[in-house]
Design a protein around this ligand. Structure first.
Ligand code: PBG
Length: 324
């Protein structure tokens, strides 16, 4: 044969392959989600997320220092609220002395350079396990947005760098942005979960925080996974309302959405490699059916290749070890 193009030349060995690689993971790509609980010396392994822990604040601080030392520059905080503090208003969510607020202060104090993002949604504080206030079996939009605004302001006051609304109520980004402006938190950003789909892959996360919905599902606010154009609509709207970073969630079954969103907006795009995606790799490798390290790198590289500038992932720490 006489060929003009021999594509295998650029795949011949590791060195040449690395020279022409289009996508390279770095520790700066990752946002490490952290589950925080009350108490001391608590280190609870989430049964459906082997190797991932819910920690009390003392252990969380050690973990944040560890992550920073590895080159990771962002954490996304979730707290587990005791049942006694849950109600239908979610008021614990903006308690100045609440676990989230104490955690933000302590982390910013211990590692000031770490970019601290906070989850904004009512589900950990809701007696119904929903992301909003419930009346007659419905999730109220506008009343919930008011609560999310209070919650965001209290995170800003505690020192959060970005608030991350994950609730999918209409109009919340604009309302939060306006409230931050009015209250002089002009340095606080918003990472909007813009295209968040109603997904079965959130199951392990709801175990981690004991936040599964008590009735029904989240389909009246989270998006239908059958839809693509709607993701662009949601994302453009959030950008217009003042989002600094937008997010697509989940990631793996939504790589097409990540790419379309990336092409449609001029703000950084993040993707959330969620709990169920973590659990699948852990389970298959435990069975001996997948090589865990390779599966992690292939997955995260694919998410970045699809267009994610940032990836929230429970594999952040392992991935940094694998790439260094
Ligand atoms: C709650 C929230 C969820 C996740 C992040 N924030 C779960 C849900 O919407 O029910 C999921 C994260 C994951 O599965 O890793 N607002």
């Amino acid at each position: 044969m006489q060929l003009i193009r021999r594509n295998r030349i650029l795949r011949a060995g590791p060195a040449i392959r690395s020279l022409v690689a289009e996508t390279i993971l770095t520790p700066r790509d990752f946002i490490a989600p952290l589950f925080i609980d009350e108490g001391e010396n608590v280190r609870f392994e989430i049964p459906s997320m082997p190797g991932y822990f819910r920690r009390s604040l003392d252990g969380t601080l050690a973990e944040v220092k560890d992550l920073f030392g590895l080159g990771i520059r962002s954490v996304l905080l979730f707290v587990k609220a005791p049942d006694a503090l849950k109600d239908n208003t979610g008021r614990e969510a903006w308690n100045r002395e609440g676990l989230m607020q104490r955690s933000v202060r302590a982390i910013k104090d211990a590692v000031p350079e770490m970019v601290v993002m906070t989850d904004v949604a009512l589900d950990p504080y809701s007696s119904y396990g929903h992301d909003g206030i419930v009346r007659d079996g419905r999730i109220l939009n506008d009343e919930t947005v008011e609560a999310l605004v209070r919650m965001s302001l209290s995170h800003a006051e505690a020192g959060a760098d970005l608030v991350a609304p994950s609730d999918m109520m209409d109009g919340r980004i604009g309302a939060i942005r306006q409230a931050l402006e009015e209250n002089n938190y002009t340095g606080v950003g918003i990472m909007a979960y813009s295209a968040k789909y109603a997904s079965c892959f959130y199951g392990p996360f709801r175990d981690a925080l004991d936040s599964a919905p008590g009735f029904g599902d989240k389909k009246t606010y989270q998006m239908n996974y059958a839809n693509r154009i709607e993701a662009i609509k949601e994302t453009l709207q959030d950008v217009q309302e003042g989002a600094d970073i937008v997010m697509v969630k989940p990631a793996l079954a939504y790589l097409d959405i990540i790419r379309e969103v990336k092409n449609a907006v001029q703000v950084p795009v993040s993707a959330y490699n969620i709990s169920g995606e973590y659990a699948m790799i852990k389970a298959a490798s435990k069975m001996g059916w997948l090589d865990e390290d390779k599966a992690i790198l292939e997955t995260l590289t694919a998410i970045k290749r699809a267009g994610a500038d940032l990836i929230a992932t429970y594999f952040a720490k392992e991935a940094v070890r694998l790439i260094s």
